[in-house]
Design a binder for this molecule. Structure first.
Ligand code: KG4
Ligand code: ZN
Length: 350
């Protein structure tokens, strides 16, 4: 079985072909970083136009690398949401056109399901597993029982974790995207940084909040008059530790919840762009050791947005006969767990 996957929900234009032997046969990914960097964040209209300009060529190149024609595909998958609606439309309409022209099934993939199933492409992780999904737009803990079967244990009530990294980087004036910049700067810290809060830790449940931490970082930056590199590094490191402490605390609660309800979880999987953070990975390794968990963190290139994760999620759905009609709409919002109570808080996005 061979599936083409298309990803255009944010600022990466990506296409990949995967097979049921968990091989990536061809892939192309175009980062639009340069277009958005001057604005300090993704500009939806620019993203959509850039997807239009490049998607056809990237699909063609990925297919050429795979050495196959559309006729050899078993299905065409594309992200149908959640994401920036203009971009999602570009990818989904392109997938529909190819599916219709080649007479192939269409699979409309939830972008979050793409992240959620990546560890099965890279490491063949069996169901069920606890999933920490941490990206620029999402921050959730999910219990993954199977394809299409997700239970959300916790989510952010304000900013996503990646967003908190990005905003901290902006406050420190160290560029966009902030995650890698904060990680690099934090690595240079030599002295102690400011005392920062760990919002939600110790509270019942598994929800996250980062706005109080963000405010504390802003106050720490404002207290310094023209901070130099070493002062900025101390703040970056203090922020990174505080944010990761929050993640570890919330995961601890999720593990307790699952243990109480259905025996302990054995597998912990991490996905989304922030999974590229090495300090987070170290702390998760400690947690996994303490709790006798098998930890899987896909390689960074498959944690950030890519086409292979969409092709793979499409393949998993296709194997189960889960295909979609050509009139399926693009969706700006699309929760993985439709039964989860809506999160409440200022600035809730998912
Ligand atoms: O999954 P992703 O590529 O896009 C979304 O779907 O959001 O995640 C991007 C996010 C950004 O907020 C970026 O700053 C963050 O992931 N990120 C990191 C690191 N690399 C990327 N955050 C912390 N440390 C990193 N090394
Ligand atoms: Zn993503």
């Amino acid at each position: 079985m061979i599936v083409l996957g298309i990803e255009t929900s944010c600022d990466e234009t990506a296409a990949a072909i995967v097979d049921d032997g968990r091989r990536i046969l061809g892939q192309r990914i175009l980062s639009q970083l340069d277009q958005h960097a001057p604005y300090g964040g993704v500009v939806p209209e620019i993203a959509a136009r850039t997807h239009i300009d490049h998607l056809d060529r990237l699909i063609g190149e990925a297919m050429e690398e795979a050495g196959i024609s559309f006729a050899a595909l078993d299905g065409i998958a594309a992200t149908a949401g959640p994401g920036l609606i203009g971009g999602v439309l570009v990818g989904l309409v392109t997938a529909k056109a190819i599916a219709l022209a080649a007479g192939k099934p269409l699979i409309a993939v939830n972008h979050l399901e793409g992240h959620a199933l990546t560890a099965r492409l890279t490491d063949d992780v069996p169901f069920p597993y606890l999933l920490l999904l941490v990206s620029g737009g999402h921050c959730q803990i999910l219990w993954v029982e199977g394809v299409g079967r997700y239970r959300r244990l916790g989510t952010t009530i304000d900013d996503a974790l990646g967003e908190a990294f990005d905003k901290t980087a902006k406050m420190l004036g160290i560029g966009y995207p902030g995650g890698p910049a904060i990680e690099a700067l934090a690595g240079k810290a030599t002295g102690p940084g400011p005392d920062l809060p760990r919002p939600m830790t110790g509270r019942p449940g598994c929800d996250f909040s980062f706005s109080g931490l963000k405010t504390a970082v802003r106050q720490a930056v404002e207290r310094l008059d023209d901070p130099g590199e070493s002062e900025k590094a101390a703040i970056a490191s203090a922020f990174q530790e505080a944010a990761i402490d929050c993640v570890i605390d919330r995961l601890g609660h999720a593990l307790e919840t699952m243990a109480a309800e259905m025996g302990s979880a054995r597998q912990l999987v991490v996905a989304g762009g922030v999974a590229a953070n090495r300090r987070l990975k170290e702390r998760l390794q400690d947690l996994a050791r303490d709790q006798a968990l098998q930890l899987t963190v896909p390689p960074p290139a498959l944690c950030t947005d890519n086409g292979a994760m969409i092709a793979w999620a499409g393949l998993e759905r296709l194997r189960l006969g889960l295909t979609d009609d050509y009139d399926i709409p693009a969706r700006a919002r699309w929760p993985l767990d439709g039964n989860a109570a809506p999160a409440r808080g200022a600035g809730v996005k998912a």
